[in-house]
Design a protein around this ligand. Structure first.
Ligand code: NAD
Length: 253
C-alpha cells in the first residue's frame, strides 16, 4: 500500500510559483514548502519575494526576479531556473494583474498588458519548463484563473476576464499536448480573496448588482493552496484538464 507521503508529499521536488511574493501565491509557496518541496518564487517584486522568503526561515524558498510581460525576461529566467535549480516538478502560474477598468474608458494597451501578464507569460513559461519536465518523464502545471469567468459581482473586469479565459482555454489544449509526456495541466478558479492585489484593484469602477455572499465565507490563500497541492501531488497522476472553483460556494448563491 502506498504511504500518504508517497502519494501527497513533495519531498525534495522543485516547485516554481509565479507571483509568490504576495497574497494567494505566498499561500501556495508556503503550502508547497510545507509538503517538502524546494520552492522558487518568481516575481516582479523581488524585494517583497525576498522578505516573504526571509519570513519563513525553516522553508527551502529561493527567489528570482521575473516580469511575465517581458518575453526575453521569461526566457532567461526559465534558463536560469533549469541551470541553477534543475527541472521543476510543478509550475504554478499564479501571478496575475487584477486591474479593473471602466469599460467605456478602457484602452487597448491595458488589454494587451493584461493578456501579456495573465496568459502570454504563462504560455511562454509553461513551454520552456515543460520541455524539461518532458525530458525527465513528467510533472505538473497548475494555472490560477478566476471564478470571475463564471460571473462577477464587480464591474470593470472585461480585459481581466478575457485574459483569464485565455489562460483556462490554453490549459485545456496544453493538457492534451502534454499528456503523452506524463505532465498534467489543471486550473484553480479562486473566488474573492482579500489579498493586496485584490484590495488595490478596487478602483473607481462601480460595483455590480448586489449578490449574496459566498455561503461558506470568503476564501483565504490557504484554501486556494489546498487545491493546488492536490493537483501537484504524485497521486494526481491521472488527473488533467480539470478545473476546481475554490470560491466559498459562491456559485450556488
Ligand atoms: P496579488 O497582487 O496580491 O499578488 C500577485 C503577485 O504577482 C504579486 O506578488 C506581484 O508582484 C506578482 N506580479 C504581478 N505582475 C507580475 C509580472 N508581470 N511578472 C511577475 N510577477 C508579477 O494577487 P492575488 O490576489 O494573490 O492573486 C493571485 C492570482 O489569483 C492572480 O492571478 C489573480 O488574478 C488570481 N485571483 C485572485 C483573486 C482574489 O480575489 N484575490 C480572485 C480570483 C483570481
Amino acid at each position: 500500500m502506498n504511504s500518504l507521503s508517497s502519494m501527497f508529499g513533495l519531498e525534495g521536488r522543485l516547485a516554481v510559483v509565479t507571483g509568490g511574493a504576495s497574497g494567494i501565491g505566498a499561500g501556495i509557496a508556503s503550502a508547497l514548502a510545507a509538503a517538502g518541496a524546494r520552492v522558487i518564487i518568481a516575481d516582479i517584486n523581488i524585494d517583497a519575494a525576498q522578505a516573504f522568503a526571509n519570513s519563513m526561515p525553516a522553508a527551502d524558498i529561493q527567489v528570482i526576479k521575473l516580469d511575465l510581460a517581458d518575453e526575453e525576461n521569461v526566457l532567461s529566467v526559465s534558463e536560469d531556473i533549469l541551470k541553477n535549480f534543475g527541472t521543476p516538478w510543478v509550475l504554478v502560474n499564479n501571478a496575475g494583474l487584477q486591474d479593473r477598468q471602466a469599460f467605456f474608458e478602457s484602452t487597448t494597451a491595458e488589454w494587451d498588458r493584461m493578456v501579456a501578464v495573465n496568459s502570454r507569460g504563462p504560455f511562454i513559461l509553461s513551454r520552456e519548463l515543460s520541455r524539461a519536465m518532458a525530458s525527465v518523464g513528467g510533472g505538473r502545471i497548475v494555472n490560477i484563473a478566476s471564478a470571475a469567468l463564471r460571473g462577477s459581482i464587480v464591474k470593470g473586469l472585461v480585459a481581466y476576464t478575457a485574459s483569464k479565459g485565455a489562460l483556462l482555454a490554453q490549459s485545456s489544449a496544453l493538457a492534451f499536448e502534454l499528456a503523452e509526456f506524463g505532465i498534467t495541466v489543471n486550473t484553480v478558479l479562486p473566488g474573492g480573496v482579500a489579498t493586496p492585489g485584490a484590495i488595490a484593484a478596487k478602483g473607481p469602477v462601480p460595483e455590480g448588482p448586489a449578490r449574496r455572499p459566498a455561503p461558506l465565507g470568503m476564501c483565504k490563500p490557504e484554501d486556494i493552496a489546498a487545491a493546488v497541492l492536490y493537483f501537484s501531488a504524485p497521486a494526481a497522476q491521472r488527473v488533467t484538464n480539470q478545473v476546481i472553483a475554490v470560491d466559498g460556494g459562491f456559485s450556488v448563491s
